[in-house]
Write a protein that binds this ligand. Structure first.
Ligand SMILES: CC(C)(COP(=O)(O)OP(=O)(O)OC[C@H]1O[C@@H](n2cnc3c(N)ncnc32)[C@H](O)[C@@H]1OP(=O)(O)O)[C@@H](O)C(=O)NCCC(=O)NCCS
Length: 147
């Protein structure tokens, strides 16, 4: 796919809302659909960069969220919600999104960039390794605050 462009979303307009209505269910069937005000708060957060990928026709075909934060041990980055439209897959859109996140994390002097990916997500796991991520041996825990 030629002419892929990665940019941070600046405004939570109708186009962005429509894009997330399309993209979010491709990652999670259980995620609550996002309203404009949800996206506004993400876009407005100084810690969060909501990247979108546009194709040659300027359509939003993918997204990645990068969170940059400081903890006592240093500046760190976290990647969430990497999603590419089904018809746009296999063209390097995912790689371009991850590379943009690495670039911003590097320019922000983050020491590390982390993400998790379920082993069943084979394309995603290959993508992260291809982009230079190394698998760590650590226990990942979650305390659910829902329900
Ligand atoms: C993971 C995902 C973001 C990758 O996006 P992408 O734009 O297809 O990424 P790339 O083109 O850079 O690489 C995708 C891989 O799938 C291969 N591929 C080829 N054609 C494909 C197709 N039609 N559909 C899917 N993958 C295809 C690519 O060749 C590449 O394989 P490789 O790593 O062995 O080279 C995308 O598959 C996706 O949105 N999946 C559903 C949500 C998800 O799992 N997100 C990750 C959460 S951790």
């Amino acid at each position: 796919m030629s002419g892929i462009r990665i940019e941070p979303a600046i405004v939570a307009d109708e186009e962005l809302v429509e894009a997330f209505q399309r993209l979010l269910p491709l990652l999670s069937k259980s995620a609550t659909p996002l309203e404009a005000y949800d996206l506004e708060s993400i876009v407005a957060s100084p810690a969060t960069t909501l990247f979108v990928a546009r194709d040659g026709e300027n359509q939003i075909v993918g997204t990645l969220t990068l969170v940059l934060f400081r903890s006592p041990s240093g500046a760190r980055g976290w990647i969430e919600d990497v999603i590419v439209d089904e018809e746009a897959r296999g063209n390097g859109v995912g790689e371009a999104l991850v590379d943009a996140a690495i670039d911003l994390a590097r320019r922000s002097n983050a020491r590390t960039l982390d993400l998790t990916s379920n082993p069943t997500r084979e394309a995603a796991n290959r993508l992260y390794v291809r982009c230079g991520f190394e698998q760590r041996t650590t226990n990942v825990y979650r305390f659910s605050l829902e329900g």
